[in-house]
Design a protein around this ligand. Sequence first.
Ligand code: NAP
Length: 326
Amino acid sequence: MMATDIKSDIPKQEKKRKYDVVILGSGPAGLTAAIYTARAKLQTLVISGNLPGGQLMTTSDVENFPGFPTSILGPELMMNIRQQAERFEAVVLDDIATQVDFKHEPFRILTTSTEFETDAVIVATGASPRKLGLKSEETFGGKGVSYCATCDGPFFKDKDLIVVGGGDSALEEAIFLTKFAKNVKLVHRRDKLRASRILQERAFDNPKIDFLWNSVITDISGDKKVHVVITQDVESNETRKFDVGGIFIAIGHDPNTQIFKGQLDMDDINYLKVRNHTYTSVEGVFAAGDVHDHRYRQAVTAAGFGCMAAIDVVKYLEEKHYKSTN
Ligand code: NAP
């Protein structure tokens, strides 16, 4: 049974638990934050979100996370980090936060099953790569369809590749991929790039990159891995078939910030605004990882931000406690 609290934005639920800190998101940022806050003896709850473990759960080998000289599988890395947080008694709940109230203290967080109260929050909900929306894109996810050249590029040595998109990310990825690939074809839906002039110049000057304009991807196929990509010209409807070893989709990311609208300040593309490294616009609410960082977007930088946010939470709660007892 739920009752509506007129002073608050979210309905009250009967089951309620209080934690020192609630961490929203269970990617490298959220779980690293949990290791630090739990180890500092704060009662810590992690609410995992839609994809427990985050984006690395859909990656195969991770070769650039320090400490694993012969690489580690993305899901295995995330399971290890989760176990490390649980060892310090962080509670990791596989549930989704559906509403938050950061306007009143203690802060309240509603999940699909429970209401939680907390003195501090770390938002580590990450960002999701935009998808083309093809069924075959899902089928070949991690099997030749990638959303991160830095992560997966080295697996495509001497292959012919396609990169989709016309922004800075697409051009940066295409240029990066030429270190490994035989050839990179950039497929863009218009005849003009959105990317910055300097990246455009570098891409046009790169002999390994060619462009297919006014074209969209209509199908991806293969056996165990991608072998074929079909494109369609948006003006003539002409379709073309390309034999490729992989396709990198770089059409932007969307930060997972929908539930914080009206609660936390965001920039014009909905990333959380931070000041002083991890502080959001609400005192006691901190941000870590891709939810505010669209520049680096790496597991290791997200983990670093998680560590920073946790240290800031520990300091914030100590000061709050000191003020209330003096
Ligand atoms: P973006 O600027 O939003 O560009 C997305 C690109 O994908 C656009 O060219 C867009 O086409 C295309 N696109 C979007 N949806 C599509 C769809 N469904 N099918 C086919 N194409 C689609 O995203 P971004 O490149 O990831 O950059 C995001 C932000 O990060 C930008 O502000 C960017 O400047 C910044 N960034 C900077 C750097 C750098 O400075 N080195 C590197 C990476 C990113 P249209 O052009 O037709 O809309």
